[in-house]
Write a protein that binds this ligand. Structure first.
Ligand SMILES: NC(=O)c1ccc[n+]([C@@H]2O[C@H](COP(=O)([O-])OP(=O)(O)OC[C@H]3O[C@@H](n4cnc5c(N)ncnc54)[C@H](OP(=O)(O)O)[C@@H]3O)[C@@H](O)[C@H]2O)c1
Length: 319
C-alpha cells in the first residue's frame, strides 16, 4: 500500500509517498481502507518538529520510526476485523481518529475497536466525514470543559478555522449567545453557521469591546488570558486550545475563585463521535470544507494549511 512518510522535520517537501506493507489487524483491531483524511494545522506543526518541547513525543532529532506517517482524522471502509472484534464488521463505513499513533496518511490503517472510531454519519460522504472528527470533537471537549450552559455568552476566537466553525455551531446548538471573531472574508460564513455577532479581528480588538462573556474559547491560542480577562464575567473561563504557558496559567487559576484558564487535550473521542454523528444526521451540524487534494498532492495541501488561512477543513481523498 501507499503511505506518506517523512524521515526528517522540515518543510512540506519532506513528505513523500512510499510503498510499504499493508498492516494486519490484531485480534482487537479493525483494518480500515482509508478513503479520505485531512491535513490539520497541528500536523503541519508536527512535520516541522514544533513546538520544540513536542519533540519529547515526536522524536528529538528526527521523527520516531513509529511516527513517520502523519494523519489523525480519517474516514473509510472496514476491510477486515480481528477475532475479538464485536463493534464492527467488514464493509462498515467508519470515521475516526488515530490519536498519538498517527498513521492516517496511508491507504490502510489498523485501529483498536475501542479507539476513537464510529460508524460514519449516513448523510455524509467520506470526505466530509473525515473532516467531522478532530475539529468538532475538540470544540465539544473545550466547550464542555469550560462549563457551557444554555444562556451563556460565548466568544469564539478564530471562528473560521476547523475547531472554530464547529465551536460556533455547537455553542449555538447548546443554547449560547455566540460572538464570532474572524477576518472579513469569513464574516458571512460564521453568520450562516449561527453566530449572533461577528467581530472582525483585523479592525477591532474584542478585548476592548466592553461586552461580557462567560466563555472566551480561543481556538487558535492566538489571544491571551490577559486580553480575555478584561471581557470575562467574574466566574468566566478562558479556554485556549494550545500554548504551554496557558497550562501553567490553568494550574494557577484553578486555585483561585474567579476567572479561570481551562486547557487540555481532546484525545479519546469515542463518546463525542457518537454524539456528533447524531447531530450531523439530524442536520444540526455542518462540515465546512475549504479545499480537496488527491493523495499525491499531500505536500501541496500542507503548504496551503500552513498559511494559517484555511476556512474549516482541508481534505485529502484516496480514489
Ligand atoms: N488541545 C487540543 O486537544 C487540540 C486539538 C486539535 C487542535 N488543537 C490546536 O488548535 C489550533 C488551531 O486549530 P484549527 O485547526 O481550528 O485552526 P485552523 O483551521 O488552521 O485556523 C485557520 C483559521 O484561523 C483564522 N485566523 C488566523 N489568524 C487569526 C486571528 N489572529 N484571529 C482570528 N482568526 C484568525 C483564519 O482566518 P483568516 O484567513 O481570516 O485569517 C483561518 O480561517 C492548533 O494550534 C492546534 O494545534 C488543539
Amino acid at each position: 500500500m501507499k503511505a506518506a512518510i517523512y524521515t526528517r522535520f522540515g518543510p512540506p517537501e519532506v513528505l513523500a509517498l512510499h510503498q510499504v506493507p499493508k498492516p494486519e489487524p490484531r485480534e482487537d483491531e479493525v483494518l480500515i481502507q482509508v478513503r479520505a483524511m485531512t491535513v490539520t494545522s497541528a500536523e503541519c506543526a508536527m512535520r516541522r518538529g514544533e513546538p520544540l518541547w513536542g519533540r519529547i513525543i515526536l522524536g528529538l532529532r528526527r521523527p520516531r520510526k513509529r511516527m513517520r506517517t502523519l494523519g489523525t482524522e480519517l474516514a473509510g471502509r472496514v476491510e477486515a476485523v480481528g477475532a475479538k472484534v464485536t463493534r464492527f464488521r467488514p464493509g462498515d463505513e467508519v470515521f475516526g481518529f488515530t490519536g498519538f499513533r498517527l498513521g492516517a496518511n496511508a491507504e490502510y490503517v489498523c485501529l483498536a475497536q475501542r479507539a476513537s472510531l464510529e460508524l460514519k454519519p449516513v448523510n455524509l460522504g467520506f470526505e466530509e466525514a473525515a473532516a467531522a472528527v478532530d475539529g468538532a470533537s475538540t470544540a465539544l471537549y473545550f466547550l464542555r470543559k469550560a462549563g457551557l450552559r444554555a444562556g451563556h455568552r460565548v466568544l469564539v476566537y478564530g471562528a473560521s478555522g476547523s475547531i472554530g466553525t464547529y465551536a460556533v455551531q455547537l455553542a449555538k446548538h447548546f443554547g449560547a449567545h455566540v460572538t464570532a471573531v474572524c477576518g472579513p472574508r469569513n464574516a458571512d460564513l460564521v453568520a450562516e453557521l449561527g453566530a449572533d455577532e461577528v467581530i472582525d479581528y483585523t479592525k477591532e480588538d474584542y478585548s476592548r469591546s466592553g461586552a461580557r462573556y462567560d466563555i472566551v474559547f480561543d481556538t487558535l491560542g492566538k489571544s491571551s488570558f490577559a486580553q480575555a480577562r478584561t471581557v470575562l464575567t467574574r466566574q468566566g473561563r478562558y479556554a485556549p486550545t494550545t500554548g504551554l504557558g496557558n497550562t501553567f496559567l490553568s494550574l494557577g487559576t484553578s486555585l483561585s475563585r474567579g476567572r479561570k484558564v481551562v486547557t487540555g487535550m481532546s484525545v479519546d473521542k469515542n463518546d463525542s463521535l457518537a454524539l456528533l454523528k447524531g447531530l450531523i444526521e439530524a442536520e444540526q451540524l455542518r462540515v465546512v470544507i475549504d479545499r480537496r487534494y488527491p493523495f499525491d498532492q499531500l505536500a501541496e495541501a500542507h503548504r496551503y494549511v500552513e498559511t494559517g488561512h484555511k476556512r474549516g477543513n482541508v481534505v485529502i481523498t484516496i480514489d
